[in-house]
Design a protein around this ligand. Sequence first.
Ligand code: HGA
Length: 605
Amino acid sequence: MCGIVGAVAQRNIVSVLIEGLRRLEYRGYDSCGVAVLAGGEPHRARSVSRVADLDAQVGEARLEGVTGIAHTRWATHGAPVTDNAHPIFSRDAVALVHNGIIENFESLREVLRGKGYEFVTQTDTEVIAHLIHSLYRGSLYDAVCEAVKQLHGAYAIAVVHKNEPNTVVGARQGSPLVVGLGAGENFLASDALALAGSTERFVFLEEGDVTELTLGGVRIRDREGRDAEREVRTVHAYGGAVELGPYRHFMQKEIFEQPRAIADTVPQTDTFDAPLFGDAAEAAFREIDSLLILACGTSHYSGLTAKYWLESIAKIPTQVEIASEYRYRDSVPNPKALVVVISQSGETADTLAALKHAQKLGHRHTLSICNVSTSAMVRLTEMAFLTRAGQEIGVASTKAFTTQLVALFSLAVTLGKLRGHVDAAAEADYVKHLRHLPAALNSVLALEPQIIAWSEEFSRKENALFLGRGMHYPIALEGALKLKEISYIHAEAYPAGELKHGPLALVTEAMPVVTVAPNDALLEKLKSNIQEVRARGGQLYVFADADTRIVNGEGIHVIRMPEHYGMLSPILHVVPLQLLAYHTACARGTDVDKPRNLAKSVTVE
Ligand code: HGA
């Protein structure tokens, strides 16, 4: 989702700004733009196409400057058209980029109209530009400090003023923003990755911070307006641009990276103990009596899968809730519950807000499961377990999901051991199975040609049902979500036992029914559900474990999974569903890595 870059230097910074936007492209966007201060006023270029197009425009227009800001926009207020693209100007003096949503923009707009400001965009953002302009009395830093006091909602902003040719001011509340420190030059960006190559020294701004970047240094004021010192952290550059290699799309590459990502995420210790989750875990895990897992989208499904593991292996009551629901409902807090927040980026606005809400309600023990060590989520929680998926570019999550599952399974084993439900032999067995997972995944990935054969047929469908039971029900949910996200086929998932309570009415010959069929205690029940579908003429596509005796037949298409994997089976069974969604989307010719209307790190509510 929307990305911000800003720079003040003694050289032309347009290439730094454009390169920063390129590195933020993976977040998803629908327009982009850049503005520099030159000759005493701001100049901009904007595009409703890709950053490459913006780069060409900038070249043609010979846009150059030593101070500038840039943006990728994922529209929330106003269509993704050039006029609404950022940077947004106020009276050709202020140029501003914004990530987030200003909730009181309508009332602010009325007040500013009363002061003679003309609004030329449909964005909520334009009020910030005019507000800062109206408050400017010779110091942009002071004007921004004043302006943010009037903003309700979430924002990360970067702003320049024509009277201050060597200054960029930034501010954040609810959306991410980092400062990059250089020698005689300084930068701002939505994440450190955007500035790889320019600096390795970063300050992660805190909620409510306002910062002023000049050639000589960086100043920060906290939400109270007091001068603040923030820790400078070294974050090593993330290599060069991420390459596709032999793959057609990043999603395909990331699916195939899962054996490596999982091998890197599985704890390297032979025993699973609390310190794997941070220094505070030893004491915290002894105090807790239950878990409350908060997450959104795919991460929510990893939480749902983990509930089965946590209650079965660790015998600890576990509740899983969608973050955007939890944050706004009246709940009964249990201070002894461990709050677990799950997010690939660690910047997911709803999950961060749910975490803060839980903390406000008195939850003391919090753990994040996250792929980004420097994220707001990791910084806000008492404990953290970092997944080692590597950078995920495809908007539809794959390796982040399976590495989250590894983290959550490790948590279940650790808590089970601590609570006396996992003995040394069981622990050794779990560790052995986790270590063997990458090899097992490689055999699942070898099923790709068979899945491609199915995908041709799938690409002509407009609806699909996914069925699973027990801990494979969340896997069916994830399979349906993947198909929706990237192929735009309407897909729904049900626990197979629910079929007869409603969705069976949808089953006809035109409805493919994808079934996850591991050889577990629920197999016989699942086989009955399969018969119920067949009896209504439904076409079944079954991913069946080797020893399930479900075979190809009239209306039943079977792909055989290489081995049954016990408790860890969900991690294997989700992979063919990812491949099915991927190849179906390819056959339909959609933009797999950047599906319409979606963005990667969802930093707005
Ligand atoms: N609300 C602003 C910024 C949107 C945003 O943060 N996208 O990620 C707009 O609609 O322009």
